[in-house]
Design a protein around this ligand. Structure first.
Ligand SMILES: Cc1cc2nc3c(=O)[nH]c(=O)nc-3n(C[C@H](O)[C@H](O)[C@H](O)COP(=O)(O)OP(=O)(O)OC[C@H]3O[C@@H](n4cnc5c(N)ncnc54)[C@H](O)[C@@H]3O)c2cc1C
Length: 352
């Protein structure tokens, strides 16, 4: 294949990194994907307990570009995504999709044939000269060609001191603030742009109730407008493919960015109490519901603060063969992150 000499390291297995790694692999590159978390998914994540499951990051996604529509259609045919039509006071005219049986399903599908290293936090990336020397006699034609066309290779070091070496290209697919410490020592010219991108935090609460009032609420999801505390809530078990328990409702409640910013250091137990109080009042529940389980998650980088000035989908330093992609560069949506990852892969392949 045309790109078999490329050995690409992709840092970050959210939808952007996964889409990039998938496209590069299909084009013949050898790809190694790293994520610091226990699994691939990033902000497309689902929390599971014995009692319930909650999509506590991205809630659903839409598809507008031809490329993403084709991808979603393929997922739909194979049961990787399903349409979600919650009962809402003001329903959206767009089709909403969710991963099935959980949000990470789409990322799992993209990375299923890729060399993925989870629980692997990359702490440093460095250039190193290829070691040909005496080994030149035994070096394969492929290695020699790579050495001539690339004057250096990349090596990645984890927080545990493990080293992964001999990459021709590196893609960083993590939120801007997490990309900066990796990029700064090797490509300082990219840093000012990354530093200018502000990502907003979001406190998210997950609860399950079993009382007759909350489980009978007629509305299943709402993007809350002009509320000091609440930005969004949804009944997670109304999504297709989710585990359902008779007489139980599983809720995901998201705070506004302003509320989260003023409660960044608040104890999770207090966050749960405050967000639940606001939620019950908002949906008109008067009596205290029977909450069987409650958890909170604080997203530090949930979405971009301002719309981007440029329409650049990914960043690339050709002289270094180093790139950055992810939703932070454009819009904080699943489709945008996917498009950024695909654009990054096409750039690595020299197609843009
Ligand atoms: C609460 C919330 C609600 C949202 N709701 C929606 C919605 O309804 N619809 C929608 O379209 N979008 C929504 N979004 C946005 C959407 O989730 C993101 O735009 C998208 O998932 C971003 O994907 P990404 O691959 O760019 O980044 P991420 O998903 O953040 O992936 C980055 C990955 O990099 C890993 N990583 C970071 N640093 C390192 C390191 N040093 N070494 C190794 N790995 C590292 C992380 O563990 C992570 O897995 C929401 C986001 C949040 C948080």
């Amino acid at each position: 294949m045309a790109h078999q000499n490329k050995r690409v390291a992709v840092v970050g297995a959210g939808i952007a990194g996964a889409a990039c790694a998938h496209h590069l692999t299909r084009s013949g590159c050898t790809v190694t994907l790293f994520d610091k978390a226990r699994g691939a998914s990033g902000r497309l994540s689902t929390r599971r307990t014995d009692m319930a499951q909650y999509d506590h990051g991205a809630q659903y996604f839409t598809a507008q570009s031809d490329a993403f529509i084709a991808q979603v259609n393929d997922w739909h045919q194979r049961g990787v995504v399903a349409q979600w039509q919650p009962r809402m006071a003001n329903p959206d005219s767009q089709q909403w999709f969710v991963g099935s049986p959980d949000m990470p399903a789409i990322v799992r599908d993209l990375v299923k044939n890729i060399d993925l290293h989870v629980n692997t936090r990359i702490e440093r990336i460095e250039q190193s000269q290829p070691e040909l020397g005496a080994a030149v006699i035994n070096a394969s034609q492929q290695a020699l060609t790579a050495a001539v066309t690339n004057p250096f290779t990349w090596q990645l070091t984890t927080d545990k001191g493990e080293v992964f070496a001999d990459f021709t290209d590196v893609v960083i697919a993590v939120p801007p603030a997490q990309a900066v410490p990796l990029i700064q020592p090797v490509a300082s010219s990219m840093v000012s742009l990354l530093n200018s991108i502000e990502m907003l935090p979001c406190w998210t609460v997950m609860i399950s109730t079993t009382d007759s009032v909350t489980t009978a609420l007629p509305i299943e999801a709402e993007r809350v407008v002009d509320h000091p505390t609440l930005a969004w809530w949804a009944r997670n078990d109304s999504k297709p493919g989710r585990v359902q328990h008779e007489g139980q409702a599983d809720w995901v409640i998201q705070a506004t960015a302003d509320w989260t910013l003023t409660h960044l250091g608040t104890d999770p137990a207090d966050v749960i109490r405050l967000l639940c109080d606001a939620f019950w009042r908002h949906v008109g529940v008067q009596t205290l519901p029977q909450v069987q389980q409650s958890m909170a998650h604080r997203w530090l980088y949930s979405r971009r603060h301002l719309e981007p000035q440029s329409t650049r989908l990914s960043l690339w330093a050709e002289n270094l063969r180093l790139g950055v992609c992810g939703d932070g560069l454009i819009h904080s949506r699943v489709e945008s992150a996917y498009s950024s990852g695909i654009h990054m892969a096409e750039t690595v392949l020299g197609e843009n």
